[in-house]
Design a protein around this ligand. Structure first.
Ligand code: GGG
Length: 325
């Protein structure tokens, strides 16, 4: 059976790391049909439309989508793409790899981030010249979907999960989030503990090993996973999967990195590990494991891109990963 994979490189280094991940997938010689589609700042400049309807429709019907990065148009591209695949959870693993100079080498975390609401729900207004407002949306149903996914996610390999929230201040929104997630966990016999998200930011820096799976609202998941990237060696190492009931979209956590775009030195690891998550999602467990261990061996033995202290190009690193498959 042929799987249709929509590939959306986007902007900046998305144009470099996404083809690198596709090269790795092609090297596996699976029955994949790759369909490239446009989105992002560049296409918005050309056409006025950051996310062409055709791209949205492709993502909404493909078996899986691999997405790179966008810059200023993030809100117009990433959020609708997540909606196109019906994603309610963004899985963001953050782990330190042997051989990579990490601030906290003991880090091995997975963030399960609510992916549809919170402050990213899009209810933002400029009321007057000097007053803007934002409505934060939290629903029991989205919190429940995330919690049910989290219970399933931890069932084999973990004792439970941590709920990160700020319910002592945002009583109605994060209160609902925390209470719903905790209730679903209890219904499913899954152990939880909870932590205020600001305290989590400190604790995870001081002792990341005390956390494993962290379930959090949308913005908190975005920010805290970037913080965790700083503990493991940088944003070039964090993959992610946006999962919905029937399809999913895979993307590195990093953005378009305009400061290094076009130089051919972006670290492709995050996107290639995202491609490994795509393989696992489609049931290619052995191939996913092979890609992950090829990335791990390359991170350990080199070559490495400049963000990790090396001088290799994106192409060199990608080829080294392919050679290790
Ligand atoms: N790799 C996708 C990308 O461009 N990320 C940058 C970004 O702004 N992400 C926001 C989000 O994940 O919600």
């Amino acid at each position: 059976m042929t799987h249709e994979i929509v590939v959306i490189p986007g902007d900046g280094i998305g144009q470099e790391v996404t083809p690198a991940a596709v090269d790795v997938l092609r090297a596996l010689d699976l029955e994949f049909e790759f369909v490239e589609a446009d989105a992002g700042d560049a296409v918005a400049e050309e056409t006025g439309e950051p996310l062409p309807q055709e791209t949205y429709d492709l993502a909404a019907t493909a078996d899986a989508t691999l997405f790179g990065a966008v810059g200023e148009t993030a809100a117009d591209v990433i959020l609708p793409l997540r909606e196109a695949v019906g994603s309610f959870v963004n899985i963001r693993p953050a782990k330190a790899y042997p051989g990579v100079d990490a601030l906290r080498p003991e880090t091995d975390l997975v963030f399960l981030r609510e992916n549809t609401e919170g402050v990213y729900a899009g209810h933002e207004d400029r009321l007057t010249q000097d007053v803007s407002t934002l409505t934060r949306v939290v629903t029991e149903s989205a919190s429940r979907d995330l919690a049910e996914f989290a219970c399933d996610y931890v069932s084999d390999d973990y004792d439970g999960f941590t709920i990160a929230h700020k319910a002592n201040v945002m009583r109605e929104t994060d209160g609902l989030f925390r209470d719903t997630v905790a209730e679903v966990a209890e219904e499913n016999g899954v152990e939880t503990d909870e932590v205020l998200m600001d305290a989590f930011a400190t604790h995870v820096c001081l002792d990341p090993a005390q956390f494993e799976v962290v379930v959090c609202p949308n913005l908190a998941g975005d920010v805290l996973s970037d913080l965790a990237a700083g503990l493991v060696g940088g944003l070039g190492l964090l993959p992610s999967a946006n999962v919905g009931p029937e399809r999913a979209l895979f993307e590195p956590v990093h953005g378009s990195a305009p400061d290094i775009a076009g130089e051919g030195v972006a670290n492709p690891a995050a996107t290639i590990i995202s491609a490994a998550m795509l393989l696992e999602y489609l049931g290619y467990d052995d191939e996913a494991a092979a890609v992950e261990s090829a990335v791990e061996a390359t991170l350990e033995e080199g070559p490495r891109t400049p963000d990790l202290g090396g001088d290799a190009s994106t192409e060199d690193v990608t080829q080294a990963i392919i050679d290790r498959l």
